[in-house]
Design a protein around this ligand. Structure first.
Ligand code: HEM
Length: 474
């Protein structure tokens, strides 16, 4: 049987599933939640669905997921997400969206941005922002309820603005700081963003015919201006800050006409914007969901705080080495990303006919693939009592007990998240700064249980994550 041919889907899909995807475009549900529902409904290792008449293969089986993401990557090396230059001159240049053959040399070019040495160099910049966050939290302690997502978004906005653009964006001092406004515009829960961004993943043909951009175009104008002005300023003053913009500029300057791809113009600006977009919303989400679970679980919160105290007493300050010793915090973050994976699904496209090992089923070239991350992360076969927040699932003893590829907060294989190490370091520094001086508690506004926002591709709470901050008392 060949998957990709429409007839085959009727055999693979015992129930029509078009109505479920209708939910996405009427904003009743997200792609991630729809795929989770389907994951629970089908007992087969994979199943087919239609999205606007286009067949997709949804893969449940971790072994087959491993083949797609890692071992047989060459057959599935591109995402199905599409953007072309005429619709979106910037997002079409994102490493995330780019396809072979351009993706490979571009990934190789930008990988050095996140070497351990470069990340260590950025630690000082991040610590400065964490200090500003601490000062800001001191001013909101009187409030009965504070939006933790906003506190974390201010922090991660300022971190990525300073690390990726070399600019102090002062989100804690000004409610409408320019970078924060741009960040809000990028991921605001509104119909324009929900429709356009879902189409990039689920209906690329609509994007091409209607020619809409992924983000509001004013964001591109702002980014180009800021990026080139910063580079110009650095050239004039001969300044180096060891940040992402320096590395991007170094790559640009070292590029030659013999390179497989040209690294110039909007392609350069795009990488800075991508680091900004990919870097602030994912990390602020993970950090605020961690605070949310900690405010509901004071015992776990105290255990994290005790670990921070112990490690800081040994190292004196937040060094890179100190962060590596925060093993329990690492477990808490892993469990947070299980319950709230920023991207609740992964996508790939089959670029050459692929025979599924040990079957006579062939996935036809051109077939789009969805991997239902939410479904896997809430599967009781892998995570018993999946709604329970239990960091012990990720202890040294327990973490190896599940098959590979049923835990995918950062994806896997050659297209795994490039900023995972940087993002985790940023979150850990932020949490150390908050939890060593403050306590988070459930307030009357804290939502329990969480209802997910349906007008957003990423995992987000519909009503935010309000909670009470107070000073640690002991
Ligand atoms: C908690 C934080 C983060 C989470 C949960 C996250 C999650 C993800 C996921 C799920 C993917 C797709 C992987 C795949 O398809 O296999 C991805 C890709 C990517 N992420 Fe992240 N991310 C985070 C932080 C960051 C940061 C801080 C940056 C950069 C500053 C970043 C840059 C990227 C890029 C460039 C890609 C595309 C890689 C490629 O296609 O080669 N991410 N991320």
């Amino acid at each position: 049987m060949t998957i990709g041919k429409k007839e085959a889907y009727h055999t693979l899909t015992p129930h029509p599933s078009l109505e479920i995807f209708f939910e996405v475009f009427t904003f009743r549900s997200t792609i991630g939640n729809c795929l989770e529902k389907l994951y629970k409904r089908f007992r087969t290792p994979y199943f087919g669905i239609f999205v606007l008449n286009k067949p997709y293969l949804v893969i449940k089986n971790p072994e087959l997921i491993r083949s797609v993401l890692i071992t047989d990557f060459n057959y599935f090396r591109d995402r199905s997400t599409e953007a072309d230059e005429t619709c979106d001159p910037i997002v079409s240049q994102f490493l995330f969206v780019m396809k072979y053959p351009e993706w490979k040399p571009l990934r190789a070019k930008v990988t050095p941005v996140f070497t351990t040495a470069k990340i260590k160099n950025m630690l000082g910049l991040i610590n400065e922002v964490a200090e500003e966050m601490k000062v800001y939290i001191e001013t909101i302690l009187h409030a009965d309820s504070v939006e933790a997502k906003e506190v974390c978004a201010k922090y991660t906005t300022d971190v990525i603005a300073t690390c990726a653009f070399g600019i102090k964006s002062h989100s804690f001092q000004h409610k409408d700081a320019e970078f924060r406004v741009i960040g809000r515009k990028m991921f605001e829960f509104n119909l324009r963003n929900a429709f356009c961004q879902s189409c990039y993943f689920m209906a690329p043909s609509l994007v091409k015919s209607l020619k809409f951009s992924f983000f509001d175009r004013s964001i591109y104008k702002f980014t180009r201006e800021v990026f080139w002005a910063t580079l110009e300023e650095r050239k004039k003053t001969n300044t180096k800050r060891n940040d992402i913009i320096d590395v991007i500029n170094q790559i640009r300057e070292n590029s030659s006409s013999n390179d497989e791809i040209k690294f110039e113009g909007d392609r350069v600006v795009a990488q800075a914007l991508m680091f900004y977009g990919a870097g602030f919303e994912t990390t602020s989400g993970a950090m605020s969901f961690a605070l949310y679970e900690l405010c509901l679980h004071p015992t776990i919160q105290n255990k994290v705080r005790e670990e921070i105290k112990l490690v800081l007493s040994r190292y004196g300050s937040i060094t890179y080495e100190a962060l590596q010793e925060l093993k329990y915090m690492d477990m808490v973050l892993s469990e947070t990303l299980r319950k709230y994976p920023a991207l609740p699904f992964l996508d790939r496209i089959c670029v050459e006919d692929y025979k599924i090992p040990n079957t006579d089923v062939v996935i036809e070239k051109g077939t789009s693939i969805f991997i239902p991350v939410f479904g896997l992360h809430y599967d009781p076969d892998y995570y018993p009592d999946p709604e329970k927040f239990d960091p012990e699932r990720f202890s040294e003893i327990n973490k190896g007990s599940n098959p590979a590829c049923c835990y995918l907060p950062f994806g896997d294989g050659p297209r795994i998240c490039i900023g995972a190490k940087f993002g985790l370091m940023e979150i850990k520094i932020g949490l150390v700064r908050i939890l060593s001086e403050f306590e988070v508690k459930r307030s009357v506004d804290t939502p329990v249980p969480i209802e997910f926002e349906t007008k957003c591709l990423l995992v987000a709470s519909k009503v935010g994550l309000p909670m009470k901050f107070s000073r640690v008392t002991d």
